[in-house]
Design a protein around this ligand. Structure first.
Ligand SMILES: Cc1cc2nc3c(=O)[nH]c(=O)nc-3n(C[C@H](O)[C@H](O)[C@H](O)COP(=O)(O)O)c2cc1C
Length: 408
């Protein structure tokens, strides 16, 4: 393990042993995290029905099992944009991860690398992009505009100078959505997060001493390291200021994407696509990949599923661009279903955050290991030898997906 990462305590290791599936991961993580942070991770927009749909979508799809086929060792390896992965999974860009555990983005990135996956670093990571690139040279960089074109171009140039090969503008965060749990907890997108806020919530913190101790030992970080030198006063944006700027074009818009394509020498992947229309637009602007995502239910309440969108988009532009997908992935079978519908790989957001909360880098590796075990076992049960062989004939689709893909 990297020297900067915290060695898990005996207690952390015991907690990890209790993590078999995603329900355990969430439960153990929430035993440790201060409620404001636990809700920041688990929560979503307003009534959270897209969050719920992100789980229900996988229950709607069955497997068309053909038994009696022995697969000794299913192959999970794949490539995405020419990079090899031991399993078709990326750890998703997630801001604020150092509030979850001091290992933060670095812990997630190193865990992904150790497990043969790849990490997409959030623009609002709390470790500088240069440090992540040196430790994990294959990592991709996710881009926000942060309410200011100068900051956006500063981030693009900084990512290019540090050697990133793939940039991932997220287009679904025009403004910060209304996440009611965060508002209730005082962790909303307007209020300032200060030490004083912490004192006001001392009662909650008292029940989470491990989290409070780790956070204190880490110097109570609130700054977004990638913005050092890019603001008018040269100081990094704090989470509070970022939250305020979240009311003014957080995401790059299509005209920005066109300019990014011209300025960026590496590959371009657009994150937050939720329609054939936008997928075609990304392809027309020269994207090499797209990520179908509703931001884990944390932005617009879409009211329709990732699974359906993956199927529609794969039929429309699957031969022109590599398709990835996220939002709601908690099981190996979820990954298999998205691949069978037409995705090349998936991203996991909250799963890695929960692993991180429990035991830092080791926790993320554990969660990835569980997903790998689930995928391997279920590929054997389905009698499929390789992830490349998964296709729609392995699925029993609900009518809403059948109807959507039958219509040209
Ligand atoms: C705590 C948290 C922070 C996030 N921050 C970002 C971010 O900075 N940039 C981004 O593009 N997506 C962000 N996302 C969305 C994730 O990249 C991903 O789309 C989502 O988590 C996938 O859904 P899942 O959590 O159900 O796996 C965040 C998600 C979470 C849970």
């Amino acid at each position: 393990m990297d020297s900067t990462m915290i060695e898990p305590s005996a207690r952390d290791k015991r907690a990890l042993k209790r993590v078999i599936g995603h329900v355990d991961a969430k439960r153990e993580a929430e035993k440790i995290m201060y409620r404001g942070i636990a809700d920041y991770v688990a929560g979503a927009t307003e009534d959270e029905y897209t969050l719920a749909l992100n789980r229900k979508q996988f229950e709607d799809i069955g497997f068309d099992a053909k038994m009696g086929v022995w697969v000794p060792e299913p192959k999970l390896e794949t490539t995405v944009l020419g990079q090899k992965l031991s399993m078709p999974v990326f750890t998703a860009p997630c801001g604020g991860m150092r509030l979850v555990h001091p290992d933060g983005d670095m812990g997630i990135a190193l865990a992904a690398k150790a497990q043969g996956l790849n990490h997409i670093l959030s623009a609002v990571s709390m470790y500088p992009m240069e440090e992540i690139h040196s430790a994990v040279p294959d990592a991709w960089f996710q881009l926000y505009k942060l309410g200011n074109e100068d900051i956006m171009w500063g981030l693009v140039d900084r990512a290019q100078d540090s050697g990133y090969q793939v940039i991932v503008p997220t287009i679904d965060s025009q403004v910060a959505s209304i996440r009611e749990r965060d508002y209730r907890n005082g962790f909303n997108m307007v209020k300032k997060m200060t030490l004083m806020e912490g004192f006001k919530r001392a009662d909650q913190l008292a029940f989470r001493p491990r989290w409070a101790y780790r956070f204190w030992r880490d110097g109570m970080p609130f700054q977004l390291s990638n913005t050092v030198g890019l603001t008018k006063d040269g100081k990094p944006l704090s989470l509070a200021v970022m939250s305020e700027k979240g009311r003014q074009s957080h995401s790059p818009m299509w005209d920005d994407i066109a300019k990014i394509r011209e300025r960026w020498n590496g590959k371009l992947v657009v994150k937050g696509v939720m329609s054939v229309h936008d997928a075609k637009k990304a392809v027309d602007l020269g994207a090499d990949g797209i990520i179908i995502s509703n931001h884990g239910g944390r932005q617009l309440e879409f009211g329709y599923t990732i699974t359906q969108t993956v199927a529609e988009v794969a039929d429309a532009v699957g031969s022109q661009v590599e398709i990835m997908a996220d939002s709601g992935v908690r099981r190996g079978t979820d990954i298999m279903k998205l691949l069978a519908l037409g995705a090349r790989a998936v991203l996991i957001g909250r799963m890695s955050a929960w692993g991180l909360a429990i035991a830092g880098q080791a926790g993320v590796e554990h969660v990835i290991g569980r997903l790998r075990a689930e995928m391997t076992t279920n590929m054997q049960l389905l009698g499929v030898d390789s992830v490349q062989d998964l296709n729609r004939s392995h699925l029993r689709l609900p009518d809403y997906i059948k109807d959507a893909i039958a219509t040209p």
